[in-house]
Write a protein that binds this ligand. Structure first.
Ligand SMILES: [Fe+2]
Length: 324
């Protein structure tokens, strides 16, 4: 079975093609880049997706060596995400499915991150640390669903890093530039905001910006914001492992590329005699291959067709009958 997946929840318009052995045959994308000094403008990102989607499809088919006639299933990101972006992906998927008479199903973007991670790591029952621009969640399977054991209460960790970077004059995407500058920095005192199992980042960004105005070197701010954000995440992840009695930590999402975050979670997992894995870069940020793979296993477990979007669809609202 060949499945074509369409990702369009935020800045990335991606198309991935996979088969039922979990082989990724293509994973092409085009990423919207905001104007200097701006964050994502949802309508502009939607326009970008509309303008680039035909080209991304062409490249994905070419790369996979498949034609539309070979595709057995089309899947798309049904949510959560920015509505103008979700609609552009859903419309495209619907037209493609209609024209070629192929079944169509929508999948949850966050669950797709987990499923591609389980495929690449081989982990059966991990605690998942999903860190991206808009999402920050500590997730694990419990009682028939992926449950959220901790999450951000205001903005996602990637957006918090980007907002800090943008405000001090760094270009998009700011997070990798912060990671580089952090290597030359030293610790300065910042707030640490964990409430129960949840995290709050925006007050820490404000504290950093205040220190920046008072002349604190940028390298020290970059180092310290990373240290405090990642320590908060590691603390909550460790507590989730302890409460659930699990021993595998899986890191995914766009911020998973950060080596310091990988190092901290890896160390914590090893100290608990557990295992740590990070999803490979091309599959950890937003991408179409994860949507294709999740759609394929959802379809096989009997998920019905969908033709709508849900911009606030929560991870713990998704039925996952394929997880045993
Ligand atoms: Fe994502």
């Amino acid at each position: 079975m060949i499945c074509l997946g369409i990702e369009s929840t935020a800045h990335t318009f991606g198309i991935g093609i996979c088969d039922d052995k979990g082989r990724i045959l293509a994973n092409e994308r085009s990423v919207y880049k905001p104007k200097k000094g701006w964050g994502i403008v949802p309508m502009e990102a939607g326009k970008h997706h509309e303008e680039t989607r035909d080209g991304v499809l062409r490249k994905a088919l070419e790369k996979s060596g498949k034609r539309m006639e070979d595709v057995d299933l089309i899947t798309y990101s049904r949510g959560p995400g920015l509505p103008p972006c979700l609609y552009k992906g859903m419309e495209f998927a619907k037209n493609l499915a209609g024209e070629n008479k192929i079944p169509l199903i929508g999948v949850n973007h966050c669950v797709a991150h987990i499923e591609i991670g389980r495929l690449t790591s081989g982990f059966k029952d991990p605690v998942v640390v999903y860190v991206s621009g808009g999402n920050t969640q500590i997730i694990s399977f419990s009682e028939s669903r992926y449950r959220v054991f901790g999450e951000c209460m205001d903005i996602g960790i990637g957006n918090a890093l980007d907002k800090f970077g943008r405000s001090v004059g760094l270009d998009f995407p700011q997070a990798p530039k912060i990671e580089q500058l952090a290597k030359k920095g030293k610790w300065i005192d910042l707030p640490y905001v964990v409430k129960g199992m949840d995290l709050s980042f925006s007050g820490i960004v404000t504290a950093c910006l205040n220190k920046h105005k008072s002349g604190e070197p940028l390298e020290n701010l970059c180092y310290s914001i990373q240290e405090v954000f990642f320590s908060m995440l590691t603390e909550v992840t460790e507590r989730a492992l302890a409460h659930l009695g699990k021993d595998q930590v899986l890191l995914t999402g766009g911020v998973a590329a950060n080596l310091r975050l990988q190092e901290m979670l890896n160390k914590m997992a090893k100290e608990r005699k557990g295992k740590f894995a990070v999803v490979p870069r091309e599959l950890s940020g937003d991408n179409g291959a994860m949507i294709a793979w999740n759609g394929l296993i959802a379809h096989k477990s009997g998920q019905k067709s969908s033709r709508d979007v849900d911009s606030r669809w929560r991870t713990d609202d998704v039925d996952v009958p394929w997880v045993k």
